[in-house]
Design a protein around this ligand. Sequence first.
Ligand SMILES: [Zn+2]
Length: 183
Amino acid sequence: MKHAFDPKHLHIHAFAHAAGQLAGEETLAHFERLLEVVDDKATQTPVHYSASGELRSNPERGETAAQVWLHLSGKTLLPLVCQRCLEPVDVVVEFARDFRFVANEALAAVEDEASEEDVLVLSKDFNLLELVEDELLLATPLVPKHPVCPQPLKLQVADADFVDTDANKPHPFSVLEQLKHKP
Ligand SMILES: [Zn+2]
């Protein structure tokens, strides 16, 4: 029997029980939080994802009942800005992670601490794409850079104006001192 699983409304236990497979592609337009970190012209950029469900028991870990697992991967090419030369740079952002699902929030909090895998709470209406977005955001470099910048860098220290402006600036610690004394 074939199950049609909806990535936005996934019954996690049923997906694992059926050893379900889901793979697909959505445009970046569906991922609001990712759109915030890229150029807004990038809405048609494809985001690929692939998921599989599994029921697995591991008596060595003292598990008596089969555990619900989800194996998820995702990949996209984000148009970011190089923080060295401030020119556009396309960065491949990808992840592959295993998740284990437990019955409730309290269990998840305790077991997430003790486990290598991420532990989430079982849901009958799970938004897989939201998890893909979470993981892609985590995988996005905070300071994107070209491996080698296309333009030679302008050396700011050689700029006399730059040095002058800098000398006139208050020392950062003195600014902090002032803040501390403010009522
Ligand atoms: Zn660069």
